[in-house]
Design a protein around this ligand. Sequence first.
Ligand code: C2E
Ligand code: CA
Ligand code: CA
Length: 522
Amino acid sequence: MKNVGFAHNRWRLKRVGIVALVSFAPILLGLPLAIWASRNALEVSSSGQNQEIIMRIDAILDSTEQAMSSAAELLGGECNQVVSELRRRSAAATFVFAMQLLDGMNVYCSTVSGSAVPAQPERSFVDGELGLFISRIVAPGKSMVGVRVASGQRSVVSYIDVLHVSQLLGLGESSDESVLSIGSVWLDSRGEIHEGEFTSLPIGFVTTNSGRYPYSIKTGFATDAAWAYLWSRFWPLLALIVCLGVVGGYGAYRFLTQARSFRAELQRGLRNGELVAYYQPLTSGDAKSWAGVEVLVRWQHPLEGMIPPDVFIPFMERTELIVPMTTYLLGCVADELAPVADKLPKPFHVGINISAAHLVDSRFYDYCRRFLVRLSPSGVSLFLELTEREEIVATDEILERLRQFREIGVHLALDDFGVGYCNLKYLMEFQMDVLKIDRAFVSGVPTNKSARHILDSIVDLADRLKLDTVAEGIETQSEVDYLKTKGINLLQGYFFAQPVQIQDLLVALADPPPSVEKSSRI
Ligand code: C2E
Ligand code: CA
Ligand code: CA
């Protein structure tokens, strides 16, 4: 029963595991899906935003370039002659706050007085066309976008207040962030210019280049913003995932804890082949050689582990399940022994436990007949071990069935002899072949005088009734030594071997029984 308790705890743990798994499965599967979907949605949003910003910035640059193309005709003229016209054109251009005329890198004319903006403009313009600058004149510290249109050695440069651009960068979702990147300098939505590469935002980050000017717009979302977005857009999906987890977990819990009737569970076990045959070897009366086996059933329950027969046999005996179970077991034994029959000692005694119900079931009789047809040619004989958990009434039907059994060569053994309440009556009413002397009289034998007297009397009784004897439950050498002197036909007990499955039985039978003296075992 220790095994059953251990298996039960293991099953409980498994059950908690299964319920947790089913509860979290929708979250484990659904959450990555929602995150993936929201990442995609954010990328689409970033990309759309980039297109929108580029369209507007391109429009600003187009209009500025137009104004500068018309100013290009002023290149070459003396500054004092063209500066007023340059100022007029600069003022007329919507986004321009200053315009300059350059000869090479030298600013020779400007709409604003003071030194050039910047000192070496050529070097700061990406592709000689576009740059981000911090003004050192007019409004020191002010950030500007510089646009340059060249005509040979000379060029016109316009400066646009970055506010026109930075306000566009802040147009999108409040949770995202867009920057304008020109070369290795970038501008944020607050109008601040930064040196170096813009470190990408982790979620939905997209870079889009303007097709017309050498700049790009980069938009992405911070992690917090992404979770907020996920929740705001996908909360129905998240709520569904949580509901599925709760419903699934509850369903799994109900399914796993649903009390199945013991009968239904046994039927299922029988159908699934979970009931298996174990064989406990028996030795000859002198304990020198193997002589047969007793078949003992075990239930290898998938969750509870190994269940011993006294947990379920009494229940099966109270229902109609016991007969199908024994016929199934007999079939398994035949299937397992037939292929190895030539390796078995001859004659080979096979005992199987039955109850009253088997004696009134014609199918069981048929199975026994088939068993012997298959195995008796190999020296196998079948012994039905009758226990008396339920009283067996000697009806005409039962007596006739016992006669039929004898006719086909099936032997009858009275199990647990000595501990039952009507053993002696059975001996009178049914024609038995074997007495199985119960463990109760065997275990005390070397030391207990009364046990010895009872055992001696049973052996004497069997002798007078011409019955064979089997002593069961032998656990010690001194028990073996005593029983060997009694002329008992077969010996059985843990001293010789435990019940084992067919593979281990064949291994056990390959060696002599353990009590055989070492010298004679070789
Ligand atoms: P049983 O027919 O008296 O079987 C002998 C029981 O004693 C077996 O227990 C066996 O493992 C155990 N045994 C054998 N040698 C020793 C020993 O030296 N010391 C001790 N302490 N025990 C020993 P198991 O297999 O647990 O079976 C218990 C009972 O369940 C059996 O008693 C039998 O009445 C019933 N049973 C087992 N298999 C079947 C079956 O296929 N059909 C039916 N109807 N009953 C079965
Ligand atoms: Ca038995
Ligand atoms: Ca017994």
